[in-house]
Design a binder for this molecule. Structure first.
Ligand code: ADP
Ligand code: MG
Length: 738
């Protein structure tokens, strides 16, 4: 009889691609068809209501009840025309993914029948029974209420029969229980701080927007094979599995042609995503076999975050239709590349991207230098925190491995930008800046080469690289909510800009006396002075070398950068005084919120490792050891048969190999048994620890290392046990979709 594995492998390899029905229209036509965007607002809302909504969205004007009711009315009409029967507040709790609770539109009409109703009240606020969402103790279960409130800056959309309303999720005492609330506060902070600094250069600037373009990497596996791997099913990654003889060493997958079955999936995914207003742009194979990427055009950060959350859930749904499972885990397979989610980040005003060189005027170039340097200042000051913002039990497998950004945050600027900063730092100030009567400023930094924007000199090992008109935060994990990184980054930059402004203003006050009547611009003198100080200060964060090398770890430690590797220890950076001061001064998060969120982080970490340990323990005892033992019995029988037929000396000779295998199996299975016992003991000891913080550290230090030890033994067994008996789909089967 064939094992389950061989049956599912057989089935998987027979599967044909689904026919994806071509949409009736061109993408530009159906883009956003499932979104209540401005175009639909214009159509479905009375003119005065539409105008109020535009103010709410663009200027942050408060939404009053009257307007909300009218918006809800228009929304309901549009939704019902699209076959919608339910609505939900869609939010991003501190677990992974999104949460939703669907209610239908129906209400009693008071005459024994039903009407479909949807009021402004329901649109604006809901009270999900929130006791089961993690809150880190902010909301103890007896006062379980939290409420979700509409974020009108992210448009409402339709998934199948449900109207989804993006919301923040907040406790009754006002603390954020989600990612969106602090993100909106961080984006507000960076807008205010950056606008202030922009006004030195252009007093007309009224708003600075933070942009995010994410690149989502993912793996696909056949659904049947996935179902036959309890480790994938329960933990999102393979806890065992020997390398496939061929994996990524030929580099033949990257940008290669996309397998038919996968292409069909991608086509459908893109149609669905475009309908939801996600501006998908790029799709390609990634480095590892079965690894792919999807990237949209960048958007305002809050919207981009929502779109990424939405895409991850849509992906899972569409994949199942095509007989696939999407693996968003950062490291589903050992020995081959893991998945990240590069976060391309920039700031822009209504007039253009701020991190874009060269400008047309010296002022623009100076502004460019200021925003680059103050970004670096933020990243330098909070490099440990930024690492904490992307760290998780799952991403920890990827960081520091020789494929992904190292577990040290540094920034690659490229040759030209580095030279520019060096020049500003060292040049004679009078050369840099001299006043020529009424013609304004002359600055010796006008020569920023055109090439910069087309910078192909890319350092793939840098976790935070400048790539022409943006920084690319590459350390973000594929499974993560980008909001976490974006909260930390935008806050860090906002704080740097606030501090910069304060110091520049103080310097202007000093220098303006000196230059009184000379026609000198005290402002630009002050800016250059402070900029030069900051270029010196943040120098340790600049690193253009190989981030994978061991020397870098030593060098980074010498520079005072955070080189910690342990995930639960890295989370401590959220509670450093500098972090608390930063978040509190910008009104992004309070100390209480930070403490609560860290409790959730530590608890989540522990649970993940706990589940992995249990799954590996179970699989070892009820899959691997029994199968290895069965094979060992067959070998023993063979040895016995041989000894019955041949004379002793000859029999011994003929059985040398099998006897060796029998011994190896005996040794490895007993090792596994012993290690599983140790694993259980380590878990028991850790579980007794009261503090979530200490417990997570104990799981990291004592439980997690054992997983690798056990795996090593199992992978060796996989190599010797009869392939026909082996119960779990192997890497070579999981990783090559036909
Ligand atoms: P890569 O070569 O790194 O794969 P792409 O050119 O595919 O990068 O772009 C990656 C992402 O960066 C896309 O989402 C793109 O829209 C985004 N992007 C481009 N310019 C900016 C910018 N100024 N700010 C933020 N994101 C940007
Ligand atoms: Mg990129």
């Amino acid at each position: 009889m064939e094992t389950l594995r061989l049956q599912v492998v057989g089935e998987a390899f027979k599967k044909k691609p689904l026919d994806v029905k071509a949409p009736a229209d061109r993408p530009a036509k159906y883009f956003g068809s499932k979104v209540f965007n401005r175009e639909k607002m214009y159509k479905y809302l009375p003119k005065d209501v539409y105008e109020k909504m535009i103010d709410v969205m663009d200027k942050g004007v408060r939404l009053d009840r009257e307007v909300a009711n009218k918006v809800a009315e228009g929304m309901k009409q549009w939704a019902m025309e699209n076959g919608v029967t339910h609505y939900t507040h869609w939010f991003q709790p501190l677990t992974e993914g999104t949460a939703e609770k669907h209610d239908s539109f129906i209400e009693h009409d008071g005459k024994g029948g039903m009407v479909e109703d949807f009021s402004g009240k329901l649109l604006v606020q809901q009270e999900p029974d929130a006791s089961s969402f993690p809150s880190g103790g902010i909301r103890s279960t007896f006062e379980a209420r939290g409420y979700s409130a509409w974020d009108p800056t992210s448009p409402v959309f339709i998934i199948e029969d449900t109207l989804c309303i993006p919301t923040v999720f907040i406790s009754y005492s006002g603390e954020a229980l989600d990612y969106k609330a602090p993100l909106l506060r961080a984006l507000h902070a960076v807008n205010v701080a950056a606008t202030d600094v922009c006004r030195y250069f252009d007093p007309q600037v009224t708003k600075v927007t933070s942009n995010l373009g994410w690149e989502q990497e993912y793996f696909l596996v056949d659904e049947g094979l996935y179902a036959a791997r309890p480790d994938l099913l329960l933990t999102g990654r393979t806890l065992m599995g020997h390398d496939s003889a061929k994996n990524q060493q030929m580099d033949d997958h990257y940008f290669g042609s996309i397998p038919e079955r996968v292409a069909a999936f991608m086509r459908e995914l893109e149609i669905v995503a475009l309908e939801l207003g996600i501006p998908c742009k790029t799709r390609h194979n990634e480095v590892a076999p079965n690894q792919f990427e999807l990237a949209p055009i960048f958007e305002e950060t809050n919207l981009a975050v929502d779109h990424n959350m939405l895409l991850m859930s849509v992906m899972k749904r569409v994949a199942r239709k095509h007989g696939f499972r999407v693996l968003l885990h950062e490291k589903p397979f050992a020995g081959i590349n893991g998945s990240g989610k590069h976060n391309n980040w920039s700031l822009s005003t209504d007039t253009g991207v701020l991190l874009h060189a060269p400008g047309k005027t010296p002022e623009q170039n100076l502004r460019f230098a200021v925003f680059i340097v103050e970004t670096l200042m933020g990243v330098f000051r909070h490099n440990g925190l930024l690492k904490a913002s992307i760290m998780s039990a799952t991403n920890a497998h990827r960081l520091g491995a020789n494929e992904a950004p190292p577990a040290i945050i540094s920034s690659f600027l490229g040759k030209q930008l580095s030279e520019l900063l060096d020049h500003i730092e060292k040049a004679d100030k009078e050369d840099l800046l001299s006043m020529q009567g009424k013609q304004g400023l002359k600055m010796d930094i006008a020569e920023i080469p055109e090439l910069l924007i087309d910078n192909t000199d890319r350092n793939r090992t840098s976790p935070f690289a400048f790539t022409g008109n943006r920084f690319e935060f590459r350390a973000v994990g594929s499974e993560a909510n980008c909001a976490s990184a974006m909260i930390a980054l935008n806050s860090a930059v906002a704080e740097a800009l606030v501090k910069f402004k304060k110091r520049v203003d103080a310097r202007i006050a000093e220098t303006s006396k000196k230059f009184e009547g000379t026609g000198h611009s005290a402002t630009f003198h002050a800016i250059i002075d402070i900029l030069r100080e900051d270029i010196k200060t943040c120098k340790p964060i600049r690193f253009d070398g190989n981030g994978y090398s061991d020397e870098w770890v030593e060098e980074a430690a010498r520079r005072g950068l955070d080189v910690e590797k342990s995930c639960p220890v890295i989370f401590e950076r959220y509670l450093d005084q500098e972090s608390i001061d930063m978040f509190e001064s910008l009104n992004v998060m309070t100390k209480k919120e930070l403490e609560a969120r860290n409790e959730v982080k530590w608890e989540t970490y522990t649970k993940k490792i706990q589940i992995e340990a249990r799954v590996l323990g179970d699989l070892s005892m009820n899959h691997i050891i029994p199968v290895a033992t069965r094979y060992q019995s067959q070998l023993l029988k063979n040895v016995e048969d041989i000894s019955n037929i041949f004379p002793a000396e000859k029999a011994q000779k003929l059985s040398v190999r099998n006897v060796k295998l029998i011994e190896e199996i005996a040794e490895r299975t007993s090792n596994i048994e012993r290690m599983v016992e140790e694993l259980v003991d380590a878990r028991k000891r850790a579980n007794k620890i009261e503090s979530e913080h200490e417990k997570a550290i104990s799981y990291h230090d004592t439980v997690e290392p054992k997983l690798d030890d056990i795996r090593y033994q199992i992978d060796k067994l996989e190599l010797i046990v009869d392939d026909g008996l082996w119960p779990l789909p192997k890497y070579r089967e999981l990783l090559f979709i036909r």
